[in-house]
Ligand binder design. Structure first.
Ligand code: FES
Length: 644
């Protein structure tokens, strides 16, 4: 059997496999996280590794340049292992450990940083799992109710708990527990299906705190917060890449993977459960608590994530008329799903609205309280699905404009997520075309993240390197601009300064993809406004959610036509509202009920429906210019450009 030696920076991993094993599968089995934007279809070119020693069987070479082929680069997903090999995994092909960004202290008013957040976090504590102290009357020949009835009566004297239920394990111990503790007890009540369940009995002096977890299941990254349910305090946070990334970068890629592979759905389901359990391991170790001390959990994620989390076939999500199996998910017990908290602990998944507007968005609406305000607010999630919500206390309309993963680095040759070594800021000298940039954690650059890409497009246009349709200006000449195969590209960082062994470039095709993404978002905003017969002036506040960088430069986002041309003080960056809403729901039954009301209240606008699609297409085409074909929509941008 062939032995593979994987080389990662200073680490070596040895792995034995059968002859003919797909190299990508071997990488995954060996526990190495590799980028696989297309889910192994051979089209994204992100899974590049270098064969240092030994022969492999290459099924396809994709768009690997002749230069790279000479150096031994192969696409892992298109390669079979037939003999002993040494394989180097270059850093740019790896999904390095996810970092949770803390917004930098930026003094600049043009930057949207998360410190401006104004989320209603002050909630009245009424968690989905709580303890009640009880002192019961001792039974007599006259007062001869059963132990369980006695317990229910005691509970109902304190508070009205309609539909109380009790687990078998509690009933088994009930008689001796009450007698051993002299009819004094601490009863733990867990929210199950709209009613409470007596889930534990403890001695009156029991003091170990109860914990809950709030989890945001993002397509790309997952974040978990461990919360003390008595105090409401967040005691530990942990974040990781969603391990499903190895089967495709976006939801459609993963749905296809589940469809095309016999065990695809199982693998995707297991990957998300494994990621969650790893996050749980992390916080349990950090706080030295027991898994069983975590009593309940609230999850938020998009509709595809909810289906894969449950292990339900997501295929209909992507087929017309786009019907999910479930929007309102009944609570399930941790054991059923293999989540490593208290085995009978209840798992709640926040409700979705449609196939492309899920629990992460209803959670965001809860956290930002858009549905309680008088003023009209626009909520934008700049991610692959590009979900948008517009409304106020009277109405809420939502759509998903399929922005694509460009601002998260997908489909962009040197695009990447916001992590160490990602360029997040550019400056180009108008005369010399000298480029200054800064990277996350000040590491040598290996690619460009979302905030860097916004800045880059705005700057390239401003200094006259690209025109309003995103094409390189025909009369622009400089050594940085060059032809390669069928493409024109512009060098951002020369190899000598880069953290990888090649120049970092932006191609005309990359720019087209970015303009398509930003065009989709802007067109979605216009469609919602038109459906409500409103104009942009009616928008009182714009809340931008999403985790693609430390900050967004609002002026740049307006310059390229990603965000509407409204005064800067109307914008707020609200960060990960999916996680915030999940936490609020965990700590407050009232908020938990509200998110269900929100999901019921939101009207979903299907942009591909017959009566909308032509109009959306028109809007989309017009929005693929910098900033737009209709310059009157961007008066402030046009003003500053007037001397062009
Ligand atoms: S080319 Fe291998 S995962 Fe996309």
């Amino acid at each position: 059997m062939p032995v593979i030696n994987f080389l990662l920076d200073s680490e070596k991993i040895e792995f034995t496999c059968d002859s003919g094993t797909n190299l990508m599968e071997a990488v995954v089995e060996a526990g190495i996280e590799l980028k696989a934007v297309c889910g192994g279809a051979g089209s994204c070119g992100k899974c590049q590794v270098i064969v240092k020693e030994g022969e492999v069987n290459q099924l396809a070479q994709g768009s690997l340049s002749p230069d790279k082929l000479k150096q031994g680069y192969v696409l892992a997903c298109q390669t079979e292992v037939i003999e002993d090999v040494r394989i180097e995994i270059p850093p740019e092909s790896r999904l390095s450990e996810h970092q949770i960004f803390v917004a930098e202290e930026a003094e600049d008013e043009e930057l949207l940083t998360e410190k401006e957040i104004q989320i209603a976090e002050k909630i009245e504590l009424d968690p989905l799992y709580k303890r009640v102290d009880l002192e019961l009357d001792e039974p007599t020949l006259v007062n001869n109710a059963s132990d369980l009835d006695r317990l229910y009566t005691g509970l109902n004297q304190r508070h009205d708990w309609p539909g109380l239920t009790t687990s078998l394990s509690v009933m088994e111990d009930l008689a001796s527990h009450l007698r051993d503790n002299n009819w004094q007890t601490q009863v733990s009540l867990a929210l199950a299906n709209d009613n409470y369940e007596v889930s534990e009995l403890n001695a009156p002096d029991y003091e170990q705190p109860d914990y809950g977890i709030a989890v945001d299941i993002g397509t790309t990254t997952m974040v978990l917060e461990l919360i003390n349910l008595e105090t409401g305090e967040s005691v530990a946070t942990s974040g990781l890449y969603n391990k499903q990334g190895r089967y495709g970068d976006d939801v459609i890629g993963r749905i296809n993977y589940a469809k095309q592979n016999d065990d695809g759905l199982d693998k995707l389901h297991q990957a998300v459960i494994d990621t969650i359990n790893e996050l749980i391991d992390d916080v349990v170790n950090k706080e030295s608590i027991d898994y069983a001390d975590i009593k309940t959990a609230v999850f938020a994620g998009n509709t595809t994530m909810s289906h894969l989390f449950l292990g339900i076939d997501p295929n209909n999500i992507r087929l017309e008329p786009y019907i999910p199996t479930v929007n309102f998910i009944p609570p399930l017990q941790a054991e059923e799903l293999g989540i490593k908290i208290k085995e009978e602990g209840w798992i709640h998944y926040l409700p979705g609205v449609s196939s492309f507007v899920g629990g992460d968005i209803t959670s965001g609406v809860l956290a930002t309280e858009i549905g309680k305000r008088e003023e009209i607010t626009l909520f934008i999630d700049i991610g692959t699905n590009g979900e948008l919500v517009l409304g106020n206390q009277d109405w809420l309309i939502t759509c998903s404009c399929s922005a694509g993963p460009a601002f998260e680095g997908g489909g962009i040759e040197y695009g990447m997520r916001a992590m160490s070594g990602a360029i997040e800021f550019f400056e180009i000298d108008e005369d010399t075309y000298e480029i200054k940039y800064s990277t996350i954690n000040a590491r040598p650059p290996i690619g460009v993240c979302g905030s860097g890409l916004i800045k880059l497009i705005a700057t390239l246009n401003e200094v006259g390197i690209i025109n309003r349709s995103g094409k390189f200006e025909s009369d622009f000449e400089h050594e940085r601009l060059r032809e390669r195969e069928y493409e024109t590209e512009f060098v951002l960082v020369w190899e000598e300064q880069a953290g990888i062994d090649e120049d970092i470039v932006i191609t005309e095709n990359d720019i087209k993809n970015l303009l398509r993404s930003k065009g989709a978002i802007y067109a979605g905003i216009r469609m919602m406004l038109q459906n409500m017969s409103l104009t942009e002036d009616f928008i009182e506040e714009v809340l931008v959610a999403g985790g693609f960088g430390n900050y967004i430069n609002i002026d740049d986002a307006k310059k390229i036509g990603l965000l509407p041309d409204l005064p800067n003080d109307k914008f707020k960056f609200v960060g990960n509202t999916s996680l915030k809403g999940a936490k609020m729901s965990l700590l407050s039954k009232e908020k938990f009920d509200q998110v269900n009301e929100i999901a019921n209240k939101m009207t979903y606008l299907e942009l591909s429906a017959e009566d909308q699609s032509q109009e959306f297409m028109d809007e989309f085409v017009s929005a693929q210019f910098i900033p737009h074909t209709d310059l009157s929509l961007f008066p402030s941008v046009t003003e500053t450009n007037s001397d062009d």
